[in-house]
Design a protein around this ligand. Structure first.
Ligand SMILES: C[S@@+](CC[C@H](N)C(=O)[O-])C[C@H]1O[C@@H](n2cnc3c(N)ncnc32)[C@H](O)[C@@H]1O
Length: 332
């Protein structure tokens, strides 16, 4: 272990506390700040592979096992005492937060493309973002629109010239790839997904449960293959039905890949006969960030939403915000 690794891990927990969870989960703000200052727990984290040291994974593993998150002290004591079990869950599972709410930020782009769509999500988790036409939407607390009778309503606050969709996209096919696809009908997978929702976010938990029920009820569920996105994306595009627009999209996924694998993916997707929607944190795709005309906020978590590599908006990481850049592109 090096001092810089120790400091980088502590900093990841500090930033998770002060930037990402501060406005959303006071319990996780306290807990992650405590982890950042605990040499004992940082030591244990540093014995894990780098990808397994993330705050979301540790916190979800403790939650999955029934550990406390009310105070930093209680969290640290419990986690150190039960470390062997926490470690085993962290090694067996991955951060697979599946947030249907992100469909509210993807929808304006999806609806503006030539219809119908062949949706292809890379890093799909349980595939809940593959059902944008099965949800209802409420932008800026106005009236809702979307799928009649849906148990899921996605709220999203906006700024800027959002090209609000007049209609839902028409979906001809739903496909995806994930290293470890989760099954919406499997109780243990649903429990893991619930553990990934931050404490105090009852609305997100309700939304997750409702979106899982939508996926379970779907007559033709999304086909999600197990594999690495770089190995599979071309064959998924090739399998899109004739007459549909293949749309490769991803949110909160490429951050888990090393830079070379991200670069290989973006080079490949630009050459494929498809449209490409990316919704990732700043820094994940430097070539997209280089085209931003304004700096990303640093005081809160945001993603950069882009179409075919061209930035369109900053989005809230769970779909809660959509800040469109002026002027928006003519799509088609
Ligand atoms: C944080 S989740 C996001 C899920 C979904 N995109 C969403 O926005 O709700 C990231 C997903 O990417 C998957 N993933 C990470 N690296 C991958 C890779 N190289 N190939 C395929 N899937 C990958 C993970 O297994 C996980 O399910």
């Amino acid at each position: 272990m090096t001092t810089s690794e120790l400091e980088a891990t502590a900093e990841a927990y500090r930033s998770f506390a002060h930037v990402h969870t501060r406005a959303h989960s006071p319990a996780y703000e306290r807990v992650s700040a405590a982890v950042a200052e605990s040499p004992e727990l940082l030591d244990r984290l540093l014995a894990l592979p780098p990808i397994k040291r993330q705050p979301n994974l540790l916190l979800a593993a403790v939650r999955y096992l029934g550990g406390p998150s009310a105070s930093g002290e209680a969290f640290l004591a419990w986690t150190l005492e039960h470390w062997a079990r926490v470690r085993a869950v962290m090694l067996a599972r991955a951060t697979q937060t599946n947030e249907a709410g992100r469909c509210a930020t993807l929808l304006p782009l999806l609806a503006a493309l030539p219809q119908p769509l062949a949706l292809i999500e890379v890093g799909a988790s349980a595939g809940l973002c593959l059902y944008p036409d099965r949800y209802r939407y409420r932008y800026d607390r106005a009236s809702t629109f979307g799928a009649d009778g849906s148990p899921v309503t996605l709220d999203c606050a906006t700024t800027g010239p959002v090209p609000f969709p007049g209609e839902l996209p028409r979906v001809a096919s739903r496909a995806g790839v994930d290293l470890s696809p989760l099954d919406p009908a499997a109780p243990d997978d649903a429990r893991w997904l619930e553990s990934l929702v931050w404490p105090g976010q009852q609305q997100r938990l309700d939304r997750l449960r409702a979106a899982l029920s939508v996926a379970r009820a779907e007559p033709e569920p999304a086909r999600i293959v197990r594999g690495d996105l770089n190995a599979v994306v071309a064959e998924l595009v090739a399998a899109a039905p004739a007459g549909a627009t293949p749309v490769v999209f991803h949110s909160a996924v490429l951050t888990y890949l090393p830079l070379e694998a991200r670069q290989a993916f973006t080079a490949a997707v630009r050459e494929l006969p498809c449209r490409w929607i990316s919704n990732e944190a700043p820094g994940v795709l430097p070539e997209v960030d280089a085209r931003l005309s304004q700096a990303a906020p640093t005081d809160r978590g945001v993603f950069v939403l882009s179409l075919d590599g061209e930035p369109q908006a900053f989005t809230g990481p769970h779909g809660e915000r959509l800040d469109w850049f002026p002027p928006h592109l003519t799509l088609g």
